[in-house]
Design a protein around this ligand. Structure first.
Ligand code: SF4
Length: 296
């Protein structure tokens, strides 16, 4: 897309954002890298509406990286309950501890952020951009979809397009005001350019959207056909979550007591799940009993 069109798209998106952006999300009103990191880790696999109250409770309990670092891991896992993927909580605390040790606090430089546990390229870029105002591409699923459709004429932001997407998103970044620009694209993707039902008729970018102009062609079919997911309750992830919930209520417990509280189909694998959770630093074993990390 020509430079002049990109700059028109930027301006249009910016005007839309000033009126329609989700400016009141609590992690949007801070530039504290610790608070932004907490929000980004919570948002990795959990919806905004569920994260909102939990983020506020978390920051009341642990307002700084120092306070989180000092808590026991078991307490941190209990506070995380219901957000899913307990490893995120363990890694968040490890990141706080490591960042304090190595950098004296949560950094805003991407390279430093990437050295911390649980911080991948998107989270590092998001903290650098949203807390540090760094000019870097933070390609979350919403931004990626808007870039794919508007600039590349692709229905989805599927993996084969990753490099193309990154380049297009980078070319679209303004020289200044990267933070607002990317938050705007994120909000447009979350509220207007939705995955299955884009509201093109009210979209500020509709006159310049390549995908709309091309007649909204469908994405290529999945090469290996549709994969049917197993019911969640029969997955190892579900069983591991159950184990953490059991130990959060009552611990220490022997493996046999934990297994007895699991659904029948998971009981024989209880030992394997406990080992995996121990490997992730979520549970610990002492004197024939299991408990949440640092509880025993
Ligand atoms: S015109 Fe439609 S497809 Fe294009 S960015 Fe807007 S909502 Fe998305």
């Amino acid at each position: 897309m020509a430079t002049v069109e990109l700059s028109r798209l930027r301006r249009t998106l910016g005007r839309w954002y000033r009126v329609n952006g989700r400016h009141d999300l609590p992690w949007r009103t801070t530039r504290d890298p610790y608070a932004v990191l907490v929000s980004e880790v919570m948002l990795q696999q959990t919806q905004v509406s569920r994260v909102h109250p939990r983020y506020e409770t978390w920051l009341k309990r642990w307002p700084t990286a120092e306070s989180l670092a000092e808590a026991t891991t078991g307490t941190v896992i209990r506070e995380w309950a219901g957000l899913g993927y307990n490893r995120r909580a363990v890694n968040l605390q490890r990141a706080a501890r490591e960042a304090l040790e190595k950098f004296g606090g949560i950094p805003t430089e991407e390279a430093k952020l990437l050295t911390l546990p649980g911080v991948g390229p998107y989270t590092a870029a998001a903290v650098a951009c949203f807390a540090g105002d760094k000019r870097t591409v933070a390609l979350d699923t919403n931004i990626a979809r808007v870039v794919a459709r508007t600039l590349l004429g692709e229905a989805t932001a599927r993996v084969p397009h990753k490099q193309k997407l990154k380049e297009a998103a980078k070319a679209w970044l303004p020289k200044r005001g990267t933070r607002a620009h990317q938050l705007a694209a994120m909000d447009l993707g979350a509220t207007v350019c939705k995955a299955s039902s884009p509201a093109c008729e009210i979209c500020p970018l509709k006159s310049d959207c390549t995908w709309l102009a091309a007649g909204q062609p469908e994405a290529d079919p999945t090469p290996n056909g549709k994969v049917t997911a197993a019911p969640f309750k029969s997955t190892a992830r579900f069983a591991r979550g159950q184990i953490v919930a059991i130990l959060a209520k009552d611990s220490p417990l022997p493996a046999s007591s934990i297994a007895a509280q699991l659904p029948e189909e998971h009981q024989e694998n209880c030992g394997r799940y406990l080992e995996a959770l121990a490997g992730d630093g979520i549970v610990t074993f002492r004197k024939e009993h299991w408990g949440l990390a640092e509880d025993l």
